[in-house]
Design a protein around this ligand. Structure first.
Ligand code: ZN
Length: 454
Protein backbone atom coordinates (compact mmCIF):
# COMPACT_ATOMS: atom_id res chain seq x y z
CA UNK A 1 0.00 0.00 0.00
CA UNK A 2 2.66 2.50 1.00
CA UNK A 3 5.09 1.96 -1.83
CA UNK A 4 6.17 5.29 -3.24
CA UNK A 5 3.28 7.18 -1.64
CA UNK A 6 3.97 10.56 -0.05
CA UNK A 7 0.60 11.16 1.63
CA UNK A 8 -2.28 9.14 3.02
CA UNK A 9 -5.93 9.97 3.63
CA UNK A 10 -8.51 8.09 5.64
CA UNK A 11 -12.18 8.83 4.93
CA UNK A 12 -15.12 7.75 7.07
CA UNK A 13 -16.84 7.18 3.71
CA UNK A 14 -16.04 7.92 0.08
CA UNK A 15 -17.90 7.88 -3.22
CA UNK A 16 -15.88 5.49 -5.41
CA UNK A 17 -16.66 4.56 -9.04
CA UNK A 18 -18.75 1.54 -7.94
CA UNK A 19 -20.55 3.37 -5.14
CA UNK A 20 -20.10 4.39 -1.51
CA UNK A 21 -17.51 2.62 0.61
CA UNK A 22 -16.72 3.07 4.32
CA UNK A 23 -13.35 3.48 6.03
CA UNK A 24 -11.51 4.18 2.83
CA UNK A 25 -7.75 4.74 2.79
CA UNK A 26 -6.13 6.55 -0.12
CA UNK A 27 -2.40 6.56 -0.86
CA UNK A 28 -1.17 9.42 -3.05
CA UNK A 29 2.18 9.88 -4.79
CA UNK A 30 3.00 13.17 -6.49
CA UNK A 31 -0.67 14.12 -6.60
CA UNK A 32 -1.88 10.84 -8.11
CA UNK A 33 -3.84 8.07 -6.37
CA UNK A 34 -1.64 4.96 -6.19
CA UNK A 35 -3.71 2.72 -3.88
CA UNK A 36 -7.22 2.51 -2.39
CA UNK A 37 -8.19 0.26 0.52
CA UNK A 38 -11.69 -0.23 1.89
CA UNK A 39 -12.90 -1.18 5.36
CA UNK A 40 -9.57 -0.42 7.00
CA UNK A 41 -8.62 1.52 10.11
CA UNK A 42 -6.69 4.77 9.88
CA UNK A 43 -2.98 4.73 10.55
CA UNK A 44 -1.14 7.27 12.66
CA UNK A 45 0.19 9.28 9.70
CA UNK A 46 -3.14 9.49 7.84
CA UNK A 47 -5.07 12.72 7.38
CA UNK A 48 -8.40 11.68 8.97
CA UNK A 49 -11.43 13.08 7.18
CA UNK A 50 -15.20 12.59 7.01
CA UNK A 51 -17.14 11.78 3.84
CA UNK A 52 -15.34 12.44 0.55
CA UNK A 53 -16.62 13.04 -2.99
CA UNK A 54 -14.68 13.35 -6.24
CA UNK A 55 -14.38 17.00 -7.28
CA UNK A 56 -16.78 18.10 -10.02
CA UNK A 57 -15.74 19.12 -13.54
CA UNK A 58 -16.96 22.55 -14.66
CA UNK A 59 -17.23 21.91 -18.37
CA UNK A 60 -17.97 25.41 -19.64
CA UNK A 61 -16.55 28.71 -18.42
CA UNK A 62 -15.77 32.13 -19.87
CA UNK A 63 -13.66 33.25 -16.92
CA UNK A 64 -13.42 36.95 -17.86
CA UNK A 65 -17.22 37.31 -17.64
CA UNK A 66 -16.89 36.94 -13.83
CA UNK A 67 -15.78 40.58 -13.87
CA UNK A 68 -19.07 41.77 -15.38
CA UNK A 69 -21.32 39.69 -13.11
CA UNK A 70 -24.30 41.86 -12.21
CA UNK A 71 -23.48 44.64 -14.69
CA UNK A 72 -26.18 43.60 -17.18
CA UNK A 73 -29.11 43.25 -14.77
CA UNK A 74 -30.77 46.54 -15.78
CA UNK A 75 -33.43 46.84 -18.39
CA UNK A 76 -32.01 48.84 -21.27
CA UNK A 77 -34.22 47.97 -24.22
CA UNK A 78 -37.92 47.37 -24.60
CA UNK A 79 -37.08 43.68 -24.83
CA UNK A 80 -33.80 42.78 -23.17
CA UNK A 81 -32.38 39.50 -24.43
CA UNK A 82 -29.25 37.45 -24.89
CA UNK A 83 -28.35 39.81 -27.74
CA UNK A 84 -28.56 43.00 -25.63
CA UNK A 85 -26.52 41.24 -22.90
CA UNK A 86 -23.91 40.46 -25.53
CA UNK A 87 -23.48 44.19 -26.25
CA UNK A 88 -22.59 44.79 -22.58
CA UNK A 89 -20.16 41.88 -22.75
CA UNK A 90 -18.45 43.25 -25.87
CA UNK A 91 -17.93 46.64 -24.14
CA UNK A 92 -16.34 44.88 -21.13
CA UNK A 93 -14.10 42.82 -23.43
CA UNK A 94 -12.63 46.02 -24.91
CA UNK A 95 -10.80 46.79 -21.67
CA UNK A 96 -9.10 43.48 -21.02
CA UNK A 97 -5.32 42.91 -21.13
CA UNK A 98 -3.55 39.64 -20.29
CA UNK A 99 -2.82 40.87 -16.73
CA UNK A 100 -6.41 41.97 -16.12
CA UNK A 101 -7.74 38.70 -17.55
CA UNK A 102 -5.44 36.72 -15.26
CA UNK A 103 -6.65 38.64 -12.21
CA UNK A 104 -10.32 38.03 -13.04
CA UNK A 105 -9.86 34.39 -14.02
CA UNK A 106 -7.95 33.65 -10.81
CA UNK A 107 -10.92 34.86 -8.75
CA UNK A 108 -13.37 32.84 -10.84
CA UNK A 109 -11.22 29.73 -10.35
CA UNK A 110 -10.92 30.32 -6.59
CA UNK A 111 -14.72 30.50 -6.39
CA UNK A 112 -15.06 27.35 -8.50
CA UNK A 113 -12.76 25.43 -6.15
CA UNK A 114 -14.59 26.75 -3.08
CA UNK A 115 -17.88 25.52 -4.49
CA UNK A 116 -16.62 22.00 -5.33
CA UNK A 117 -15.25 22.18 -8.88
CA UNK A 118 -11.71 20.82 -9.30
CA UNK A 119 -11.35 21.10 -13.10
CA UNK A 120 -12.47 23.85 -15.45
CA UNK A 121 -13.09 23.73 -19.19
CA UNK A 122 -12.16 27.25 -20.30
CA UNK A 123 -13.91 28.10 -23.57
CA UNK A 124 -11.49 30.85 -24.43
CA UNK A 125 -12.26 33.26 -27.27
CA UNK A 126 -10.52 36.48 -26.27
CA UNK A 127 -7.21 36.12 -28.11
CA UNK A 128 -5.99 39.48 -29.47
CA UNK A 129 -5.27 43.03 -28.36
CA UNK A 130 -7.78 45.89 -28.28
CA UNK A 131 -7.25 46.64 -31.95
CA UNK A 132 -7.76 43.03 -32.93
CA UNK A 133 -4.05 42.43 -33.61
CA UNK A 134 -2.25 39.38 -32.20
CA UNK A 135 -0.14 40.15 -29.11
CA UNK A 136 3.66 39.83 -29.51
CA UNK A 137 3.06 36.34 -28.14
CA UNK A 138 -0.15 35.25 -29.92
CA UNK A 139 -0.88 32.93 -26.96
CA UNK A 140 -0.62 35.73 -24.36
CA UNK A 141 -4.31 35.61 -23.37
CA UNK A 142 -4.29 31.80 -23.16
CA UNK A 143 -1.23 31.99 -20.96
CA UNK A 144 -3.09 34.38 -18.64
CA UNK A 145 -5.73 31.64 -18.27
CA UNK A 146 -3.06 29.02 -17.61
CA UNK A 147 -1.38 31.28 -15.03
CA UNK A 148 -4.72 31.81 -13.24
CA UNK A 149 -5.29 28.05 -13.19
CA UNK A 150 -1.83 27.49 -11.77
CA UNK A 151 -2.24 30.25 -9.17
CA UNK A 152 -5.59 28.90 -7.95
CA UNK A 153 -4.61 25.23 -8.31
CA UNK A 154 -7.62 24.21 -10.44
CA UNK A 155 -7.06 21.65 -13.21
CA UNK A 156 -7.39 23.16 -16.69
CA UNK A 157 -8.91 21.84 -19.89
CA UNK A 158 -8.10 24.69 -22.24
CA UNK A 159 -10.47 25.11 -25.18
CA UNK A 160 -9.17 27.85 -27.49
CA UNK A 161 -12.01 29.12 -29.64
CA UNK A 162 -12.03 29.46 -33.39
CA UNK A 163 -14.26 32.39 -34.37
CA UNK A 164 -14.46 33.91 -37.84
CA UNK A 165 -17.96 35.18 -38.69
CA UNK A 166 -20.92 37.13 -37.35
CA UNK A 167 -23.64 34.87 -38.72
CA UNK A 168 -24.51 31.71 -40.64
CA UNK A 169 -23.04 31.37 -44.11
CA UNK A 170 -19.83 33.33 -43.48
CA UNK A 171 -21.25 36.79 -42.61
CA UNK A 172 -18.26 39.15 -42.05
CA UNK A 173 -17.40 39.67 -38.36
CA UNK A 174 -18.54 42.76 -36.44
CA UNK A 175 -16.29 45.37 -34.84
CA UNK A 176 -17.04 44.00 -31.34
CA UNK A 177 -15.71 40.59 -32.37
CA UNK A 178 -12.26 41.76 -33.59
CA UNK A 179 -10.40 40.32 -30.59
CA UNK A 180 -11.77 36.81 -31.23
CA UNK A 181 -10.80 36.19 -34.88
CA UNK A 182 -8.46 33.71 -36.55
CA UNK A 183 -7.78 32.14 -39.93
CA UNK A 184 -7.27 28.38 -39.90
CA UNK A 185 -3.47 28.63 -40.22
CA UNK A 186 -3.18 31.15 -37.36
CA UNK A 187 -5.37 28.95 -35.20
CA UNK A 188 -3.30 25.85 -35.99
CA UNK A 189 -0.16 27.78 -35.02
CA UNK A 190 -1.82 28.81 -31.73
CA UNK A 191 -2.60 25.15 -30.96
CA UNK A 192 1.02 24.17 -31.65
CA UNK A 193 2.28 26.86 -29.33
CA UNK A 194 -0.22 25.92 -26.61
CA UNK A 195 0.82 22.29 -26.70
CA UNK A 196 4.30 23.40 -25.68
CA UNK A 197 3.23 26.13 -23.26
CA UNK A 198 0.72 24.02 -21.32
CA UNK A 199 3.13 21.15 -20.76
CA UNK A 200 4.38 22.51 -17.38
CA UNK A 201 0.84 22.15 -15.97
CA UNK A 202 0.92 18.51 -14.87
CA UNK A 203 -2.63 17.57 -15.85
CA UNK A 204 -3.70 20.20 -18.37
CA UNK A 205 -5.73 19.02 -21.38
CA UNK A 206 -5.90 20.89 -24.70
CA UNK A 207 -9.03 20.73 -26.84
CA UNK A 208 -10.60 23.02 -29.41
CA UNK A 209 -13.81 25.02 -29.54
CA UNK A 210 -15.29 26.03 -32.89
CA UNK A 211 -17.45 28.79 -31.37
CA UNK A 212 -20.81 28.02 -32.98
CA UNK A 213 -22.36 27.43 -36.39
CA UNK A 214 -22.88 31.21 -36.47
CA UNK A 215 -19.16 31.89 -36.24
CA UNK A 216 -17.64 29.03 -38.28
CA UNK A 217 -18.40 27.90 -41.85
CA UNK A 218 -18.77 24.21 -42.76
CA UNK A 219 -15.49 24.38 -44.69
CA UNK A 220 -13.68 25.79 -41.66
CA UNK A 221 -15.25 23.22 -39.34
CA UNK A 222 -14.10 20.40 -41.63
CA UNK A 223 -10.52 21.71 -41.38
CA UNK A 224 -10.68 22.31 -37.61
CA UNK A 225 -11.90 18.87 -36.49
CA UNK A 226 -8.73 17.02 -37.62
CA UNK A 227 -6.63 19.51 -35.61
CA UNK A 228 -8.23 18.32 -32.36
CA UNK A 229 -6.20 15.91 -30.26
CA UNK A 230 -8.67 16.27 -27.37
CA UNK A 231 -12.25 17.42 -26.69
CA UNK A 232 -14.26 19.44 -29.23
CA UNK A 233 -16.72 21.93 -27.71
CA UNK A 234 -19.25 24.08 -29.51
CA UNK A 235 -22.12 26.38 -28.50
CA UNK A 236 -25.21 24.77 -30.05
CA UNK A 237 -28.88 25.79 -30.21
CA UNK A 238 -28.79 28.14 -27.24
CA UNK A 239 -31.20 30.67 -28.71
CA UNK A 240 -34.41 30.37 -30.76
CA UNK A 241 -33.17 33.05 -33.17
CA UNK A 242 -30.00 30.99 -33.73
CA UNK A 243 -32.12 27.94 -34.63
CA UNK A 244 -34.29 30.00 -37.00
CA UNK A 245 -31.24 31.53 -38.70
CA UNK A 246 -29.70 28.07 -39.06
CA UNK A 247 -32.84 26.71 -40.71
CA UNK A 248 -32.98 29.72 -43.05
CA UNK A 249 -29.33 29.13 -44.01
CA UNK A 250 -29.23 25.35 -44.35
CA UNK A 251 -32.75 23.95 -44.06
CA UNK A 252 -31.64 22.10 -40.91
CA UNK A 253 -31.58 22.93 -37.20
CA UNK A 254 -28.13 23.25 -35.51
CA UNK A 255 -28.07 19.86 -33.76
CA UNK A 256 -29.57 18.20 -36.83
CA UNK A 257 -26.97 19.86 -39.09
CA UNK A 258 -24.00 18.88 -36.93
CA UNK A 259 -25.09 15.26 -36.59
CA UNK A 260 -25.64 14.99 -40.35
CA UNK A 261 -22.41 16.70 -41.42
CA UNK A 262 -19.74 16.17 -38.74
CA UNK A 263 -18.16 13.03 -37.21
CA UNK A 264 -19.85 13.70 -33.84
CA UNK A 265 -18.87 11.24 -31.11
CA UNK A 266 -17.95 11.19 -27.43
CA UNK A 267 -15.15 13.72 -27.98
CA UNK A 268 -17.80 16.36 -28.64
CA UNK A 269 -19.63 18.54 -26.17
CA UNK A 270 -22.68 20.45 -27.39
CA UNK A 271 -22.88 23.38 -24.99
CA UNK A 272 -26.52 24.24 -24.13
CA UNK A 273 -28.31 22.20 -26.85
CA UNK A 274 -31.42 23.88 -25.48
CA UNK A 275 -33.65 23.91 -28.52
CA UNK A 276 -34.04 20.42 -29.99
CA UNK A 277 -36.86 18.44 -31.54
CA UNK A 278 -37.49 14.90 -30.33
CA UNK A 279 -35.60 13.40 -33.29
CA UNK A 280 -32.57 15.57 -32.48
CA UNK A 281 -32.74 14.58 -28.81
CA UNK A 282 -32.62 10.90 -29.75
CA UNK A 283 -29.86 11.32 -32.31
CA UNK A 284 -27.70 13.48 -30.04
CA UNK A 285 -28.01 10.96 -27.17
CA UNK A 286 -27.07 8.13 -29.56
CA UNK A 287 -24.03 10.06 -30.88
CA UNK A 288 -22.31 9.94 -27.48
CA UNK A 289 -21.75 13.72 -27.42
CA UNK A 290 -22.17 15.25 -23.97
CA UNK A 291 -24.68 18.02 -23.33
CA UNK A 292 -22.96 20.96 -21.62
CA UNK A 293 -25.69 22.36 -19.38
CA UNK A 294 -25.27 25.72 -17.64
CA UNK A 295 -28.55 26.19 -15.75
CA UNK A 296 -27.71 29.43 -13.89
CA UNK A 297 -26.46 31.22 -17.01
CA UNK A 298 -29.24 29.78 -19.18
CA UNK A 299 -31.75 31.15 -16.65
CA UNK A 300 -29.93 34.49 -16.43
CA UNK A 301 -29.85 34.91 -20.22
CA UNK A 302 -33.40 33.67 -20.75
CA UNK A 303 -32.24 30.87 -23.07
CA UNK A 304 -34.90 28.27 -22.31
CA UNK A 305 -34.94 24.81 -20.76
CA UNK A 306 -33.01 21.78 -21.94
CA UNK A 307 -35.29 18.81 -22.84
CA UNK A 308 -33.89 16.72 -19.99
CA UNK A 309 -36.54 14.01 -19.62
CA UNK A 310 -36.45 12.70 -23.21
CA UNK A 311 -32.65 13.11 -23.36
CA UNK A 312 -32.16 11.04 -20.20
CA UNK A 313 -34.67 8.46 -21.41
CA UNK A 314 -32.59 8.13 -24.58
CA UNK A 315 -29.46 7.52 -22.49
CA UNK A 316 -27.81 10.90 -23.12
CA UNK A 317 -24.87 12.11 -21.03
CA UNK A 318 -24.48 15.61 -19.58
CA UNK A 319 -22.24 17.74 -17.42
CA UNK A 320 -22.59 21.19 -15.85
CA UNK A 321 -20.85 24.48 -16.54
CA UNK A 322 -20.79 27.93 -14.97
CA UNK A 323 -20.56 29.64 -18.40
CA UNK A 324 -20.95 33.41 -17.73
CA UNK A 325 -19.92 32.99 -14.06
CA UNK A 326 -22.73 35.35 -12.98
CA UNK A 327 -22.79 33.10 -9.88
CA UNK A 328 -20.20 30.38 -9.33
CA UNK A 329 -21.75 27.53 -7.37
CA UNK A 330 -21.61 23.84 -8.30
CA UNK A 331 -24.44 22.66 -6.04
CA UNK A 332 -26.71 25.47 -7.16
CA UNK A 333 -26.12 24.50 -10.81
CA UNK A 334 -27.22 20.93 -9.99
CA UNK A 335 -30.20 22.10 -7.95
CA UNK A 336 -31.42 24.53 -10.61
CA UNK A 337 -30.95 21.87 -13.30
CA UNK A 338 -33.50 19.71 -11.50
CA UNK A 339 -35.79 22.53 -10.34
CA UNK A 340 -36.14 24.03 -13.81
CA UNK A 341 -37.46 20.70 -15.03
CA UNK A 342 -39.82 20.33 -12.04
CA UNK A 343 -41.32 23.76 -12.67
CA UNK A 344 -41.80 23.10 -16.38
CA UNK A 345 -43.11 19.53 -16.05
CA UNK A 346 -44.96 19.89 -12.72
CA UNK A 347 -43.33 16.65 -11.57
CA UNK A 348 -40.57 15.77 -9.11
CA UNK A 349 -37.26 13.88 -9.25
CA UNK A 350 -36.73 14.14 -13.00
CA UNK A 351 -33.02 13.30 -13.01
CA UNK A 352 -33.29 10.31 -10.66
CA UNK A 353 -33.23 6.75 -11.91
CA UNK A 354 -36.33 4.77 -10.79
CA UNK A 355 -36.39 4.71 -6.97
CA UNK A 356 -32.91 6.27 -6.88
CA UNK A 357 -31.66 9.46 -5.24
CA UNK A 358 -31.89 12.61 -7.35
CA UNK A 359 -28.90 14.28 -5.68
CA UNK A 360 -26.77 11.21 -6.38
CA UNK A 361 -27.98 10.96 -9.99
CA UNK A 362 -27.18 14.63 -10.61
CA UNK A 363 -23.77 14.43 -8.95
CA UNK A 364 -22.73 11.22 -10.71
CA UNK A 365 -24.16 12.41 -14.03
CA UNK A 366 -22.14 15.63 -13.82
CA UNK A 367 -19.00 13.68 -12.85
CA UNK A 368 -19.31 11.23 -15.72
CA UNK A 369 -20.36 13.65 -18.44
CA UNK A 370 -17.97 16.36 -17.23
CA UNK A 371 -15.01 13.97 -17.21
CA UNK A 372 -15.83 12.83 -20.73
CA UNK A 373 -16.24 16.39 -21.99
CA UNK A 374 -13.00 17.61 -20.40
CA UNK A 375 -10.86 14.62 -21.38
CA UNK A 376 -9.82 13.71 -17.83
CA UNK A 377 -10.96 11.28 -15.16
CA UNK A 378 -13.13 12.71 -12.38
CA UNK A 379 -13.35 9.54 -10.27
CA UNK A 380 -11.41 8.60 -7.17
CA UNK A 381 -9.50 5.70 -8.67
CA UNK A 382 -5.95 4.46 -9.08
CA UNK A 383 -4.09 6.51 -11.65
CA UNK A 384 -6.36 9.55 -11.31
CA UNK A 385 -5.33 12.79 -9.61
CA UNK A 386 -6.34 13.03 -5.94
CA UNK A 387 -9.02 15.69 -6.43
CA UNK A 388 -11.84 15.53 -3.90
CA UNK A 389 -14.11 17.40 -1.50
CA UNK A 390 -14.73 16.56 2.09
CA UNK A 391 -18.05 17.24 3.76
CA UNK A 392 -18.70 18.83 7.13
CA UNK A 393 -20.31 15.99 9.10
CA UNK A 394 -21.57 18.49 11.70
CA UNK A 395 -23.64 20.44 9.17
CA UNK A 396 -27.29 20.33 10.28
CA UNK A 397 -28.50 19.43 6.78
CA UNK A 398 -26.28 16.33 6.72
CA UNK A 399 -27.23 15.09 10.20
CA UNK A 400 -27.96 11.38 10.28
CA UNK A 401 -27.45 11.01 6.51
CA UNK A 402 -25.31 8.34 4.88
CA UNK A 403 -24.49 7.34 1.33
CA UNK A 404 -26.68 8.87 -1.38
CA UNK A 405 -28.77 10.71 1.25
CA UNK A 406 -25.64 12.81 1.87
CA UNK A 407 -25.77 13.90 -1.77
CA UNK A 408 -29.46 14.79 -1.52
CA UNK A 409 -28.68 16.81 1.61
CA UNK A 410 -25.72 18.49 -0.06
CA UNK A 411 -27.41 19.37 -3.38
CA UNK A 412 -30.90 20.29 -2.19
CA UNK A 413 -30.47 21.54 1.38
CA UNK A 414 -26.96 22.44 2.52
CA UNK A 415 -25.30 23.60 -0.70
CA UNK A 416 -21.71 24.75 -0.56
CA UNK A 417 -21.90 25.58 3.16
CA UNK A 418 -21.41 21.84 3.86
CA UNK A 419 -18.15 21.65 1.89
CA UNK A 420 -15.41 21.53 4.48
CA UNK A 421 -12.35 21.05 2.30
CA UNK A 422 -11.39 20.87 -1.37
CA UNK A 423 -8.24 19.04 -2.35
CA UNK A 424 -6.33 19.00 -5.62
CA UNK A 425 -3.53 16.54 -6.27
CA UNK A 426 -3.67 15.70 -2.58
CA UNK A 427 -3.18 19.35 -1.50
CA UNK A 428 -5.81 21.13 0.51
CA UNK A 429 -6.74 24.28 -1.42
CA UNK A 430 -9.97 25.13 0.43
CA UNK A 431 -10.34 25.08 4.20
CA UNK A 432 -13.70 25.73 5.86
CA UNK A 433 -15.07 27.13 2.61
CA UNK A 434 -12.17 29.53 1.93
CA UNK A 435 -9.43 29.11 -0.66
CA UNK A 436 -5.99 29.35 0.92
CA UNK A 437 -5.00 32.17 -1.48
CA UNK A 438 -8.36 33.96 -1.47
CA UNK A 439 -7.18 37.22 0.15
CA UNK A 440 -4.31 37.87 -2.26
CA UNK A 441 -6.37 36.88 -5.31
CA UNK A 442 -9.32 39.08 -4.25
CA UNK A 443 -6.99 42.04 -3.67
CA UNK A 444 -5.57 41.69 -7.18
CA UNK A 445 -9.08 41.29 -8.61
CA UNK A 446 -10.17 44.55 -6.92
CA UNK A 447 -7.29 46.46 -8.48
CA UNK A 448 -8.09 44.96 -11.89
CA UNK A 449 -11.78 45.92 -11.68
CA UNK A 450 -10.88 49.46 -10.55
CA UNK A 451 -8.83 49.73 -13.77
CA UNK A 452 -11.48 48.27 -16.03
CA UNK A 453 -14.49 50.13 -14.66
CA UNK A 454 -12.69 53.49 -14.22
ZN1 ZN B 1 -20.69 29.92 -23.42
Amino acid sequence: MDRGADSFFHFAAALLPDGWAENVRLAVADGVVVAIERAVRPQATDARLGAALPGLPNLHSHAFQRGMAGLAERRCASEDSFWTWRETMYRFVDRLTPDLLEAIAALAYVEMLESGFTRVGEFHYLHHDRDGRPFADPAAMSMAIAAAAQDSGIALTHLPVFYAHAGFGGVPPEEGQRRFLHGIDGFAALLDRLRALLSPLPDAVLGIAPHSLRAVTPEQLARLVPLAAGPIHMHVAEQVKEVEDCVAWSGARPVEWLLANMPVDSRWCFVHATHMKQTEVQAMAASGAAAGLCPITEANLGDGLFPAAPFLAAGGGYGIGTDSNILVDAMEELRLLEYGQRLAMRRRNIFASPSGSTGAALYRGALRGGAQALGASADLQIGATADFLTLDGDHPSLTGRKGDALLDGLVFAAGRSAIDGVWRRGRRLVEKGRHVRRDAIVARYRRALADILA
